[in-house]
Each structure stands twice: as structure tokens, then as C-alpha cells.
Design a protein around this ligand. Structure first.
Ligand SMILES: [Mg+2]
Length: 347
């Protein structure tokens, strides 16, 4: 009769696990997924790709601006993006959830539903996982993928003279984070369109969605391998920081034109409110979590990449690979302040 939400500590681990397994799709004939001691998967041809990434409360997200469904979605999507950045196809995932006993059961349901929703969107099967107690909620995903017919694309294959290109737009996720942190618009209102009246600005809604519900470029990654991409990385920690990683992996430099960076049009539209007095380009190239693909390709293949991806995403050339020096317009990228998000750097 009480209106208090049921908590994880009230139902215990076995009941919680049963509840989670009940929310997962059933395995195909011949495979074993959640519910046994380990998952059994039919082997596929080609090379295996294997990655992991975790979202931690207070570090990667805050309950003040996102829901359990958002956390589940993003934990799956960021891993799918890493497989896509290798030109692989994501296939099977395990999730590890650590959480306080005071977590409402409904939040766990939402986390699992978010995981499954993002898995479905990327063609991934969530085949099992683990639960543990913790003071804050954290959600780790380990993801297996396989290489496509054109093999994998690593970070180190770029050559001097290659074009540097990026899919889609950058800065939207950082703009969305600004919207959420500003508290101007509660996350639920932004995503549901209510109860606020009139409906929130659609550009605001799209920016928040870019932050909370990023989409991995799972179709584009393998396509870019087929089109001849020589190196690739996903933009998780900011365009310039990930660019430096891509160039230094090959021992090369770059020359990138700030004016060519494809800034998210919604961020541009709202720049007056979000970066008042600030630098729009700096936010777009320093903010992370866009999960676009940053890649290099022979300069003669840029048009082919553009038309090959036309049905999925725009492709913009922003610069060229050079023998040395990391140039962003007139600036030396390594001397630019506050670039990207490095988790363990002391501040
Ligand atoms: Mg990555």
C-alpha cells in the first residue's frame, strides 16, 4: 500500500537476476545465453574484435540529468562505436552492473531495457553478465565483434598526404551536456516533450539526445574499410584529442583547418545561449562523445567516401596528414589548453 519504490535490497540478487534475464530476448537454437554459468556462442569466421568500456555514476553520468534507460543505452552504444571504429561488426555483449542495495528495482529495469534497446539498434545480442554491490552505480559492457570482408582498420595505417575526414557533425553531445548541466531544461521534459508547455525547442531536444542517446556508426565503419580508409578512430574524447591519437599512432602530424570542422547545426543555432562569450569551435573540437568516425583515406578517394556514405552520413574533409607537427589553423594542438577528457589526469 506504501508508495515507496521497491528497492534492489528488498528483492535480493536471485530475484533481480531472474527479473533481468526475463527482459532479454531468447537465444537462437544451439546457443546458450544468460542463465547458465557462461554463454555459449556459435563461432563466426574472420578475426574477433573485443572491447570494454564502463560508465560510472559521478564520473561519466549524474542522476540529476539522466535516467536508467539513458545509462543502459549509452553503455552499449559507446562499445559498439569502438568496434565500428575498427571497421568491425559488433555481435555479442556481456554487461556488469554494480549498484547500491538502495537502487529502485525500476531503475535496474530501465538500465536493462536501455541496454537491450541499444543492442537491438546495433545488431548486438546481450548474452549475459554479472551483478555486484557498490556505493555508486556503474555499468560495464564487454563487446565481441567480428571483422568484415575488408578486414579491420587500425589507428596506425595513415600515410603522409592522406585526407583527414570526419562523419556527421561534432559538438552536439557537448552542447547537450551544457543544456543538461545548466538545469535550464529537466532531462525528462526535454526528451518527452512534456510536461513543459510550450514544447521545448527542438534543437535543444536533439542536442540532449546526442549526449544521452548517442548512435554508433556501425554501418559506416565497415563501409569505410571497403572504401579504402587507411586509419580510423571514433570521436569519444573530443575531435582534437582523438585526432592526435590517430596521428601519433602512425608517427605522423597533421594540418587541420578550423573553418572546415562540421559543427553540429543545433549547437550553432543555440550558440548564443550555450557558449555565450565563448568559442563555438573550441567547444565543438574539445567536447567529446560525438561518436563520429574520424578517418584518413587517400586524397583521391574522398569523393568516393562521400558518395559511398551518402545514405548514412555526410563526410567532411578537415585536413591532411603531414610528416610532423600537429597544426590546427595557426595553433599547435599540443599547446592548446583543456583539450578533451582524459579520465586519470590530475586537475
Ligand atoms: Mg575509441
Amino acid at each position: 500500500v506504501s508508495g515507496a519504490p521497491r528497492l534492489v535490497g528488498d528483492i535480493g540478487e536471485d530475484a533481480l537476476l531472474g527479473r533481468i534475464v526475463g527482459r532479454l530476448p531468447p537465444p537462437p537454437e544451439g546457443e546458450v545465453w544468460a542463465g547458465d554459468d557462461a554463454a555459449v556462442l556459435r563461432a563466426v569466421g574472420g578475426d574477433l574484435l573485443f572491447t570494454t568500456d564502463a560508465l560510472v555514476e559521478g564520473v561519466d553520468f549524474s542522476w540529476s540529468w539522466c535516467s536508467g534507460g539513458d545509462v543502459g543505452w549509452k553503455a552499449m552504444a559507446v562499445n559498439a562505436s569502438d568496434i565500428a571504429a575498427m571497421a568491425g561488426r559488433p555481435r555479442h555483449a556481456l554487461a556488469t552492473l554494480a549498484l547500491p542495495a538502495t537502487t529502485p528495482v525500476a531503475v535496474v529495469d530501465a538500465v536493462v531495457d536501455g541496454l537491450v534497446e541499444a543492442a537491438d539498434a546495433a545488431g548486438i545480442a546481450l548474452v549475459g553478465g554479472d551483478i555486484s554491490g557498490a556505493r555508486e552505480l556503474s555499468l560495464g559492457v564487454a563487446l565481441l565483434g567480428s571483422s568484415g570482408p575488408h578486414g579491420v582498420v587500425t589507428r596506425s595505417g595513415n600515410r603522409v598526404g592522406d585526407a583527414i575526414c570526419v562523419t556527421g557533425h561534432v559538438g552536439g553531445a557537448a552542447g547537450g551536456l551544457s543544456v543538461l548541466r545548466s538545469g535550464l531544461v529537466p532531462a525528462d521534459d526535454v526528451l518527452s516533450g512534456g510536461p513543459a508547455e510550450p514544447a521545448p525547442n527542438p534543437a535543444l531536444r536533439r542536442l540532449v539526445a546526442r549526449q544521452l542517446r548517442p548512435r554508433a556508426r556501425t554501418a559506416e565503419g565497415p563501409l569505410l574499410a571497403a572504401l579504402g580508409a587507411t586509419s580510423m578512430i571514433d570521436v569519444s574524447d573530443g575531435l582534437l584529442l582523438d585526432l592526435v591519437r590517430l596521428m601519433t599512432a602512425a608517427g605522423h602530424g597533421c594540418r587541420v583547418e578550423p573553418g572546415l570542422v562540421p559543427i553540429d547545426p543545433d549547437l550553432s543555432e543555440l550558440s548564443g545561449a550555450l557558449v555565450a562569450g565563448g568559442d563555438l569551435v573550441a567547444l565543438a573540437v574539445g567536447g567529446g562523445e560525438d561518436f563520429e568516425l574520424l578517418f584518413t583515406i587517400d586524397a583521391s578517394r574522398v569523393d568516393a567516401a562521400r558518395s559511398g556514405l551518402a545514405a548514412h552520413a555526410q563526410v567532411t574533409q578537415i585536413g591532411v596528414v603531414t610528416a610532423d607537427g600537429l597544426r590546427f589553423g595557426d595553433e599547435d594542438i599540443e599547446r592548446m589548453e583543456g583539450l578533451g577528457w582524459e579520465h586519470l589526469r590530475r586537475r
